[in-house]
Write a protein that binds this ligand. Sequence first.
Ligand SMILES: Cc1ncc(COP(=O)(O)O)c(C=O)c1O
Length: 369
Amino acid sequence: MQIRSHLEILPPYTPIEPFEVLSARLGRPPEQIIKLDANENPYGPLEAVRQALAMLSFIHIYPDPESRALRQAIAEFIQVPPEYILAGAGADELIDLLMRVFLEPGDAMMICPPTFGMYDFDGRLNNARVIEVPRRDDFSLDIATLRQVVEQEHPKLLFLATPNNPDGSLPSPAILDEILELPTLVVLDEAYIEFADPKRELGRGISRVGEVPQRRNLVVLRTFSKLAALAGLRVGYGVFPAWLMPTLWKAKQPYNVNVAATSAALAALEHASELKEMVKRIIAERERLASALTHYGFLTLYPSQANYLLMRVRGIEAAELKRRLMLDYGILVRYFSTARLRDCVRISVGRPEDTDALLNALNQIAQEV
Ligand SMILES: Cc1ncc(COP(=O)(O)O)c(C=O)c1O
């Protein structure tokens, strides 16, 4: 028996440790762990979402394969007609769906690392040739090389996280316009766009989502994981050009968005003004945390438009800082072992009390650095 050869050499995915397992390992109850390692929304779902989930009916019936009610609500939220919208089990599902729809074995796709790990992971899973055009030292895009690679290699897809994970940078509108002129399908992953919007117009504002119907080569992905604190339910959506929709409908799993996720996302959208308040609080906390972190000589911060901050660490190994925060203080932050980020940690923005605990821990660690 022979499995597909490209899967034999695929490195295993490193999953996060489930909260309960971690709690047991650290010997701390879950409520004494401050989880700032996965860019989740620290406030949890809105009360209306909790109520909708508590009152769920029809769990015994398969969900609507076309997610009609949810797509209609998303359409009103982002002001794009529902015909352009496909809901998914998180943005993650739609990343994989796009690759399955476009990539023959060996076809090229392009990413700009450091960036969200799922593009590379799913690309390899789909037996694609993943071409990397690394970002510059300040995480800005190397547009000249991007253009050159597109001309030479003809990648079918370009995945760009806007804002980028892990640093939180956002390309300027002019750079994005240039990228959208490239002859490839550009997938803008706006998982964190709500935290970057200066006018706080959650669905629109600086998002490019409104342009999708006018362009043939633009896809925008969004998620309820961060904005609405629904990461555990797995629900997101994509906005796609009209010509692509029939194929996506054919290729997606019929019941991809479950009943609970649908109901939760609908309830969240019905209370968009509360989401807006939550985003405002997270942005205010990001600014407070960023300004506090500049006072530590051993940390150099990158400006972020998302709900996390990336920083370089000096005087102590970044991996050791992560370990200390976890073992001594129960604070989880993200460490990356890749060459480019080996001396960095990424810290998600938590609630004010989470920031206080983090700063308290850093004050103590700073005395030893
Ligand atoms: C850039 C980016 N896109 C997508 C996702 C995943 O979104 P979802 O939870 O909707 O699958 C993440 C999660 O961390 C992310 O950082």
